[in-house]
Design a protein around this ligand. Sequence first.
Ligand code: GLY
Length: 377
Amino acid sequence: MAPPRTSDVLVVGGGVIGCAVAWFLAREGVAVTLLERGEIAGQASGAAAGMLAPLAEADLGTPTGRVFLRWGRHSLERFPGLVEELGESSGVDPEFRPSGLLRVAGDEAAAAVLRERAAALGEGLVWLDREEARLLEPQLSPEVAGALHSPRECHVRSPLLVRAYAQAAARHGAHIEAGAPVMALARERARVVGVETPAGRLTAEHVVLCTGSWTPSLAAGLPELPVAPVRGQIVSLDAPDPPPARILWGGSTYVVPKPDGSVVVGATEEHVGFDRRVTAEGVRSLLAEAARWVPALADASFRSAWAGLRPETPDHLPLVGPVPTVDGLLVAAGHFRNGVLLSPATGEIVRDAVLGKGWAEPAFLPERWMRPSPSAG
Ligand code: GLY
């Protein structure tokens, strides 16, 4: 079925953010059309390991890290109710697992850093010495110095979550179309009135760019939206027996146990532009780190490997809100390592902006990157 010529809201991009935005709006009776040029969850959201781990991800040393932490916690609290509602509405089980997470230390220096982190974060984080950690997770290496147990952190199967958002949005009347490229924004003076597609112009009151790393190309000629790709390579292996019950995270590598008997090992962080290749060095480094923390993984059967492009902003906070000086255009992009986690918060913020509730998170507003024009002041 061709997309409607006009909608209340046009969402561009069918990753986790676009599909969440479509669902949060459609659930309120807003007429939404979502256009995805490739497949739903075909880019970073489909590649993600699906961790919901704000306490592990937060950079506590910066003010922006604390903003992230607040919204990460808020989103994490939403997940149990969210996945239940999405599952009922869509028939898709996003494989939400409230597993908990162990941050593993390889030596005393790393242990001291994690203990400090536990003191700063509080809320249920418990330091375990080597024996206690291995009692909880027998597959951990006998070489670890200890681990920080974070019982509240969770994971989902990211592509299934995206599909659940999309199908639930469709159940609420949203038109979701894959294989539907947007060539340009349709503009009338200082207003965006829709998008140009190969089938002609589609119009809407609001256009929301949920286009991840590709946002600057679509927003060419508009105020700066600084989002750039950071490649993450990921490997899937057969889980050892017994499998880890929790997410295990040592150094910059995590091992996430999945219900299908696999573990997902991630992820590299590489500034290589739009190159989505899986490389020998990427896979080698992930496997070496995984086996350092979980020695049995050295003997695990290899399943597959893939890569995605995380959309990074300079301060590692997303851009969520109206694009300054351009009426009718919002952006929800640049979630870097945490699009899956922050999808409920982002959906709520965009929903409220569209419904005119006049509320937003100031630290997410795109205007923080606006440069004064040469004529100003
Ligand atoms: N959220 C984990 C990662 O981006 O690797």
